[in-house]
Design a protein. Structure first.
Length: 346
């Protein structure tokens, strides 16, 4: 009887999960700006706390932080927007250049006995459609930021609420020290993860931009922004970010530049991803490759390009919440990568 009861509980839980996902997809126009606002607010919270510790009034701290957000996001949006327009106008030329470069490669392959035609290659690799897909994804993210006023207003209210939230929770939980301790641990872990991941992603984007600029690849800022955004996606994000830049380098400057571009991505991601990030991030925050892939599919289907970019931070936050609750810790272990299981069990 107990096993049957557990089976019913699992079935009801799965049905509730499906209903929640369907509701989130139906309300995506409201949920996506709110998700972006929460994401930005969590990243900005340490800066606001630092200002308040220096006796800066709360309203002035929030004003300064929001001003920095507007300047940073506005500058990037202008640069990326102008690059996207120029990039879209150059796509026909890139398609022609791709045919010219591939003819040389195909001739070389035919000379060594490998019979390949351009039509066969074109059937598998179409750089213009791939690059247009990247441009459309960035435009999808930009469309989510078009209602910037609403996003900024939500960020302001979240930052104001964050000041009083600990006192409200303490009263709501009747000063339950254990629950408050778990909540503070969870918030601290989420804050640390998002801040460090954002800083590491910024470093990755800057290094990629500088490398592509040195090589003379068109639109280095655009590909640097792609590297920054996709660095939030572990395991496969750096590969996805490298593909359009390498293809553009091949189309624009030839095979040697394409190889140097790929080498730059490999070196940057090895240094940043395998040396710098683990040193500051710590262990036990990894996700299994299967969970990463499924998260991208699920949240990308629900929220579009913004969901794909925020899918891994959202899943990490869910994992940290499971770790903070002893009854749900087994789920955190299931989500974790093999390298982090021992850390979660501790």
């Amino acid at each position: 009887m107990s096993e049957q009861h557990k089976g019913i509980q699992w079935l009801v839980g799965f049905a509730a999960f499906i209903i929640i996902i369907a509701g989130l997809k139906a309300a995506s126009q409201i949920v996506v700006p709110f998700m972006l606002s929460v994401f930005i607010a969590i990243i900005c919270a340490p800066a606001m706390s630092s200002l308040r510790q220096r006796k800066v009034p709360t309203w002035l701290s929030i004003l300064l932080v929001v001003f920095l957000i507007l300047v940073g996001v506005g500058s990037i949006a202008l640069l990326v927007g102008s690059s996207l327009d120029s990039f879209s106008s150059q796509l026909p030329n890139y398609k022609q250049r791709f045919a010219e470069e591939m003819s040389g490669v195909i001739q070389l392959l035919n000379n060594v006995g490998i019979q390949v035609s351009y039509d066969q290659v074109k059937g598998y690799i179409d750089p213009s459609s791939l690059m247009q897909m990247v441009a459309n994804a960035l435009r999808g993210l930009g469309s989510a930021l078009t209602n910037l006023v609403m996003v900024v207003m939500i960020v302001i209210f979240i930052l104001f609420e964050a000041v009083e939230l600990p006192h409200k929770l303490s009263r709501a939980l009747n000063n339950a020290s254990e629950s408050m301790g778990r909540f503070e641990t969870f918030i601290s872990s989420v804050n640390r993860y998002l801040v460090i991941k954002t800083l590491v992603s910024i470093l990755t984007g800057v290094l990629i931009t500088a490398w592509l600029w040195v090589l003379g690849i068109d639109f280095p800022i655009l590909w640097g922004v792609c590297a920054f955004l996709l660095n939030f996606v572990p395991n496969i994000g750096s590969i996805i970010a490298a593909i359009p830049a390498v293809l553009l380098a091949f189309v624009q400057l030839g095979s040697l530049s394409a190889g140097l571009t790929a080498l730059g991505f490999v070196i940057v991601n090895l240094i940043v991803g395998n040396m710098i990030e683990p040193r500051y991030m710590g262990k036990g925050l990894g996700l299994s490759t299967l969970v990463v892939f499924l998260s991208l599919l699920l949240w990308g289907w629900v929220f579009g390009p913004v969901g794909m970019l925020l899918s891994i931070p959202l899943t990490i936050i869910v994992k940290l919440a499971f770790e903070a609750n002893p009854k749900m810790r087994w789920l955190a272990i299931m989500l974790d990568s093999d390298k982090g299981v021992s850390e979660v069990e501790k």
